[in-house]
Ligand binder design. Structure first.
Ligand SMILES: Cc1cc2nc3c(=O)[nH]c(=O)nc-3n(C[C@H](O)[C@H](O)[C@H](O)COP(=O)(O)OP(=O)(O)OC[C@H]3O[C@@H](n4cnc5c(N)ncnc54)[C@H](O)[C@@H]3O)c2cc1C
Length: 304
């Protein structure tokens, strides 16, 4: 059943509170561009204060319990995270606690008050969140719904090609999981002007997987955060695949990263500076891992 909260003044939006995904989609179909989905509203509040038009209808996703579920499917080897899971759920959710890289990323966002309201889905659908590079690097798929269909889509493909993002409801983020695997590694690094409570200068994330001989079979490197358009560095990834860690020419990887990305300039930080920071962060994370492997100090862990 859809609840409706009447506006107190005539210019206030009508707030719709559906209890199922289907009701939320139907409301969006009915009101089209005059309605917006809202989860924790932490990003939207900022944008409304900065002049973004408040829609006539707000479709609150807060009462849809299905959007808050976190589950592991052992058969499909997938972790699924409901879009309305709060950023602070790394503290409370017993499954998420098993994924240190996700917890690390969640902890890096804003401050506790914002994390208690803001959601993982809102971070993704806002288009600029720090979780976007993480989920690109972890090969996320998104379960998205619009009036026509529900579809499980590759996150990177969807980011590049979907024309209908504003019409879409995100219900779940699906991540492939590998249990007790010593042959993979992922990292997440966020650089801000202060340690916390500040927009990122940039956020980078990556994941690599290698075979039993140490040959890299798969690499994902992603950039985003702050004003930077989320990007997956496919050219650089190809330079690493098929090589062992010790065979990689890190200078050429550095050049490849800096030529492949085009981070934003702003009044404080140039795009060129961001390029160098991104390349240094990614290479430092990868090199330190491959040094550990070649020194035989590797331990197995639970990785996404
Ligand atoms: C002080 C402060 C500091 C912040 N610091 C950071 C930071 O360090 N890093 C960072 O990444 N962000 C930061 N943010 C931004 C924001 O808090 C987060 O991105 C948060 O995760 C947004 O989630 P939300 O649920 O509040 O999204 P909302 O504000 O509710 O929505 C954001 C956008 O996503 C859409 N949306 C929300 N849920 C769905 C859904 N399920 N399906 C479809 N569309 C949906 C909305 O329509 C809207 O366009 C900060 C915000 C504040 C106020």
């Amino acid at each position: 059943m859809v609840n409706q909260i009447e506006p107190s003044i005539t210019s206030s939006p009508i707030i719709w509170v559906p209890s199922t995904i289907e009701e939320a989609i139907e409301l969006k179909r009915k009101f089209g561009s005059k309605a917006e989905f809202v989860s924790g509203s932490t990003l939207l509040q900022l944008q409304w204060m900065n002049g973004r038009k408040i829609p006539e209808n707000i479709i609150s996703l807060e009462q849809i319990s299905k959007l808050k579920e976190v589950q592991i499917d052992e058969d499909k080897k997938t972790l699924s995270i409901g879009a309305s899971s709060q950023l602070s759920s790394y503290k409370t959710d017993r499954l998420l606690k098993n994924f240190p890289i996700i917890c690390e990323a969640l902890k890096s966002i804003a401050a506790p008050a914002v994390r208690n309201r803001g959601t993982i889905g809102g971070n993704i659908m806002g288009g600029v969140g720090d979780l976007i590079p993480l989920f690109l690097a972890l090969k996320a798929k998104l379960l998205v719904h619009d009036e026509k269909e529900s579809e499980l889509v590759d996150f990177w493909e969807w980011l590049q090609h979907s024309q209908r993002k504003n019409q879409t409801l995100l219900s779940t983020i699906h991540l492939p999981i590998i249990k007790e695997c010593a042959n993979s590694y992922s990292f997440y690094k966020k650089i801000g002007r202060r340690e916390t409570f500040t927009a990122a200068i940039l956020t980078v994330s990556g994941s690599v997987r290698w075979d039993d001989h140490g040959v890299i079979e798969e690499a994902k490197l992603a950039l985003g955060g702050g004003d930077n358009k989320p990007f997956l560095l496919e050219n650089t990834e190809h330079k690493m695949i098929g090589k062992k860690g010790e065979e990689i020419d890190w200078k050429s990887v550095f050049e490849s990263i800096t030529s492949e990305i085009a981070p934003a300039d702003d009044a404080f930080v140039s795009g060129d500076y961001r390029k160098k920071v991104a390349a240094n962060l990614m290479i430092a994370a990868l090199q330190s891992k491959f040094t550990v492997i070649s020194n035989g100090e590797e331990e197995s862990s639970y990785e996404v």
